[in-house]
Design a protein around this ligand. Structure first.
Ligand SMILES: [Zn+2]
Ligand SMILES: [Zn+2]
Length: 231
């Protein structure tokens, strides 16, 4: 398999990452509903129409909202961890409990849900920890990292690229922060698990630029309002 190239596309709130290899395309997250044309446009610029999988990291509408339309337009199946499949199928977004900045933006969720038509989205493929994505042309394995949501999952590609979605974030610089979690107690060990994999580049859920491996290693969980920080 060839070395994958990653194209990051802003999807309204979250960022989608299109992984391109000679074997095909795999999309990590689908953005808000109605913005799927951004992903299609990028595919057209690349001269590719072979999207083989839409991998959804977790059931929050800014990550899965565009998935159903993309499936309809490309024929690609949608994959999500089995513990988040139900919420996505019901069109739900459960932020859990909010910390820090999350307390300010969390109350706007109902407004967001009212303003974008979230389609209940059935998954085609249910993944779990260790699911191998070679069948979709990608040297990638699923790493289940619950906490943010029960089914939150990362993808480790080529053994060196990690797609961690909202396990860490880089909204305010690369300091890293988590504002929402359904179970905060699970976050530290899952962050440690991703650190132990020692990826070289880390693609997060809300930033266009990847975080480098050294920076990931400096991330620590502490008791401050922002949850996870650079130590
Ligand atoms: Zn999220
Ligand atoms: Zn997010």
């Amino acid at each position: 398999m060839t070395t994958p190239r990653v194209h990051s596309i802003f999807g309204g709130i979250a960022v989608s990452h299109l992984i391109e290899s000679d074997e095909g395309l795999v999309l990590v997250d689908a953005g808000l509903p109605g913005l799927e044309h951004r992903i299609l446009r990028r595919m057209a610029l690349l001269g590719r129409d072979d999207l083989r999988l839409i991998f959804i990291t977790h059931a929050h509408l800014d990550h899965y909202g565009g998935a159903a339309a993309l499936r309809r337009l490309t024929g690609a199946p949608i994959a999500i961890h089995l513990d988040d499949a139900g919420a996505m199928a019901r069109g739900e977004t459960d932020l859990g409990s909010c910390r820090g900045f999350g307390r300010l933006i969390g109350p706007f969720l109902p407004m967001l849900e009212a303003s974008v038509p979230v389609q209940p989205t059935r998954a085609d493929v249910l993944v779990e920890d260790g699911t191998d994505l070679r069948a979709y042309g990608l040297d990638g394995v699923v790493v289940h990292t619950p906490g943010h949501t029960p089914g939150s999952s990362c993808l480790l590609v080529d053994g060196r690229l990690a797609f961690v979605s909202d396990l860490i974030s880089a909204v305010f610089g690369v300091r890293g922060a988590i504002f929402f979690a359904q179970d905060w107690t699970q976050v530290p060990r899952n962050l440690a698990r991703i650190q132990a994999l020692e990826p070289e580049k880390i693609y997060v859920g809300h930033a266009l630029r990847p975080v480098d491996g050294a920076r990931l290693q400096r991330c620590r969980v502490n008791a401050s309002w922002y949850g996870v920080s650079e130590g």
